[in-house]
Design a binder for this molecule. Structure first.
Ligand code: C5J
Length: 220
């Protein structure tokens, strides 16, 4: 077992049963002109974590542990996008509309892709998810069963939306989950801090949090 100095107490994992899930590090959330930007958000906060997420992915690859990437998005005909999701709020561009990086949050469009610094490599699983949680309408549960994973390390954006939803889904399915604090980000600093606090409250009711440096120290 590998033990990591984490909150609310040490996180231990068997190295042959761990997987990394990198949530939605897509141009549509991280770069100007994408979905996050059309909603009125400052995307520079999310851009800032890209080097840290790259280090985390590098650590998993060097250890020979599985890396799974997710992408939020929809089919070109929007048949998997509930109207309630598309019509909510007043973004300058809605899901499916044409933007500077192609149609917003649509499979195959430039904005739907993962930022180049974090591009998946051959053999890594890339899951397209229509919802916030990565288990809903995807093969993630089956993929993790096939890998024999019992412990999940999470990173990506945004902390309180897709990352937290996925972590809660995973926790309910019995996975032991660690969120890497500096490899996740929100457009809203207070929401990030609140999400981290909620996750580790009440003895780790959703799981653990730790900085990347704690992982690197434990794995070195
Ligand atoms: C959002 C996500 N925030 N990946 N998606 O709409 O968190």
């Amino acid at each position: 077992m590998i033990a990591i100095d984490a909150e609310p107490f040490a996180y231990t994992f068997p190295p042959d049963k761990v997987a990394l899930i990198v949530i939605d590090m897509q141009r549509d959330f991280v770069e100007p002109g994408g979905f996050g930007h059309t909603l009125g958000n400052d995307v520079t906060r999310l851009q800032a974590i890209v080097p840290t997420v790259a280090r985390l992915i590098a650590l998993f690859r060097a250890s020979g542990w599985p890396v799974i990437h997710t992408r939020e998005g929809h089919k070109p005909d929007l048949s998997d996008c509930p109207p309630a999701k598309r019509l909510r709020g007043a973004p300058s561009l809605r899901i499916g509309d044409a933007g500077p990086m192609g149609r917003i949050l649509i499979h195959g469009e430039p904005g739907h892709g993962i930022v180049s610094e974090l591009a998946p490599i051959d053999g890594e699983i890339v899951l397209d998810k229509p919802g916030k949680g990565a288990f809903y309408a995807t093969s993630l549960g089956d993929d993790l069963a096939r890998l024999g994973a019992t412990h999940l390390v999470l990173a990506g954006v945004t902390t309180e939306v897709c990352v937290q939803t996925t972590m809660r889904e995973a926790n309910d399915r019995g996975f032991e989950c660690l969120l890497v604090e500096d490899a996740t980000e929100s457009y809203f600093p207070a929401f990030k801090e609140a999400a981290l606090a909620m996750i580790r409250a009440q003895g780790g009711i959703v799981g653990w949090t730790a900085p990347l440096s704690a992982l690197e120290l434990a794995v070195a």
